[in-house]
Design a protein around this ligand. Structure first.
Ligand code: BG6
Length: 490
């Protein structure tokens, strides 16, 4: 549809890379930091790969200057990072820990000194443990004001230094894994509690955006959503309808609230019937509707494929190989351990494998065209500028004896996705930037240090921190050139 002629990337396109506090910083109790729910959860035996945790991670807290120097050398235009709430407010509320604020100020100053645009995420999954203990964290409406208080401290301090802000990272992922699948803290398995907590987080997001309007009038804020486009397995109308259900349940359920301040009707009715819809108070909609974001952050790894639900359209014997082995392959689309359990999905759709797509070593589908489909769908429905705030390949990397890492597979993956971005821009999508996941290797929440994403190798493994040496991979030099040429020579 673009007749072979692609538009160039916009002149000020933000070529970036991303990270999250718990996954890189270490210094888990340094200079007054309080524990977050992740500091506690990773110590529960059996929860993470080989018991890995972020106590030291890649020690970015102490080596941020070295990391920023590598970013500058690469020519990075933007760097997305998150702030650890419990570094700023060790108890979640109350006394501010100036040393924590100063750390982020130093990081931001260092980035700006190298003309790297900071993209600051307020919440990447690490609510202070103190608030979890005090009132069950996101399950209490008290968290709305505490989050707002925390956000206001950052808005106030960094309003003149940070233009782009991300409110919540992948709310769909951390609520599902934390409250439904017991795979993340707070280690709960109760879908009703998940939808209640999720609603409270929506309110916290809206309130913080309202404060942002007051304190940072020239900045831009939006959530980063973990978006995966849902595909119909084929053109049978029942399957097409199932894909519509999937898109609404997995995506619009969150995005409609962010952008329009309203839950999608069909999914709400379905959850209500099952007795698991969130409790909505009279004033909630007013708050939700007053908080339209400035842009949408899009985290894209893969989508999902569905067919009609198994009750009305049982899977035929010759189709069985299509059934997904979720537990083994994909933490984001898990299935209840009790096969008979009724779930909200049961009557809406059944997930199946996509026979057209290869998968990574961790079973994640590799689907570059999906990023174009994602951006097109989001542009159509929400009509906001977008920034890809995460996209990348988790892989085993080999550090060779001559200290090089030939990650051609990562280059291929990123290149294929960037080409699709350019096609999306050519289609008419308003894209302001692309932050690959991740800049350095980092702790994969549940997979330790073996599943690597970075442009920069960190010489450590699960057992041994070693010297934490930073070694640019082949993909580092590839991305450097992409940035230098503004994507004109992919
Ligand atoms: C995203 C998260 O869901 O996926 C990141 O925002 C995370 O924090 C990334 O690291 C990759 O996930 P994983 O499980 O492969 O580390």
């Amino acid at each position: 549809m673009y007749h072979g002629q692609l538009d160039p990337f916009p002149r000020n396109f933000l070529w970036g890379a991303a990270s999250a506090a718990y996954q890189i910083e270490g210094g888990w109790d340094a200079e007054g930091k309080g524990p977050s729910i992740w500091d506690q959860f990773t110590k529960i035996p059996g929860k993470t790969f080989e018991g890995t945790n972020g106590d030291v991670a890649v020690d970015h807290y102490h080596r941020y200057k070295e990391d920023v120097a590598l970013m500058a050398e690469m020519g990075l235009k933007a760097y997305r990072f998150s702030v650890a709430w419990s570094r700023i407010l060790p108890e979640g509320a109350g006394e501010v820990n100036e040393a924590g604020l100063q750390f982020y100020e130093n990081l931001i100053d260092e980035l700006r000194a190298h003309q790297i645009e900071p993209v600051l995420t307020l919440y990447h999954w690490d609510i202070p443990q103190a608030l979890q203990d005090k009132y069950n964290g996101w399950e209490s409406r008290k968290a709305i004001d505490d989050f707002d208080h925390y956000a206001r401290i950052l808005f106030d301090r960094f309003k003149d230094k940070v233009k782009y802000w991300v409110s919540f990272n992948e709310q769909n992922v951390f609520t599902a894994l934390g409250y439904r699948w017991q795979a993340h803290p707070p280690n709960v398995s109760d879908v009703k509690r998940m939808f209640e907590a999720n609603h409270i987080i929506n309110l916290a997001n809206a309130k913080a955006i309202q404060s942002f309007r007051e304190l940072v009038p020239n900045g831009q804020i939006g959530p980063s959503f973990g978006y995966g486009p849902m595909y119909s397995f084929d053109c049978a109308p029942d399957n097409v309808l199932a894909a519509l259900n999937g898109e609404e349940f997995q995506n619009h359920w969150w995005l409609d609230v962010y952008v329009h301040g309203k839950y999608p009707k069909v999914t709400f009715k379905q959850l209500d019937r099952l007795g698991i819809a969130p409790t909505i108070e009279a004033s909630d909609e007013v708050l939700l509707q007053a908080a339209r974001p400035d842009f949408l952050g899009v985290n894209y790894y893969h989508g999902g494929t569905v067919r009609a639900n198994e009750i009305e359209c049982p899977i035929q014997e010759n189709e069985q190989e299509l059934e997904k082995d979720f537990q083994a392959t994909d933490p984001y689309l898990m299935k209840p351990k009790d096969e008979q359990a009724q779930t909200p999905e049961t009557s809406m759709f059944t997930s199946v494998s996509n026979p057209h797509l290869e998968t990574t070593k961790w079973g994640w589908e590799i689907d570059p065209v999906g990023i174009r489909i994602a951006l097109r769908r989001l542009q159509n429905r929400y009509d906001l500028p977008m920034m890809v705030t995460e996209n990348g390949l988790g892989a085993y990397d080999e550090l060779k004896a001559d200290k090089t890492i030939d990650d051609d597979y990562r280059i291929q993956y990123l290149k294929d996705h960037v080409v699709e971005l350019q096609k999306a821009i050519t289609d008419g999508v308003e894209l302001i930037g692309y932050c690959a996941w991740s800049f350095t290797d980092l702790l994969s929440w549940l997979n330790g240090y073996q599943k690597r994403y970075g442009f920069v190798y960190i010489d450590r493994d699960e057992k041994d921190e070693q010297e934490l040496e930073r070694i640019p991979k082949k993909s580092y030099y590839w991305y450097k050139e992409v940035i230098e040429t503004n994507g004109s020579d992919l």
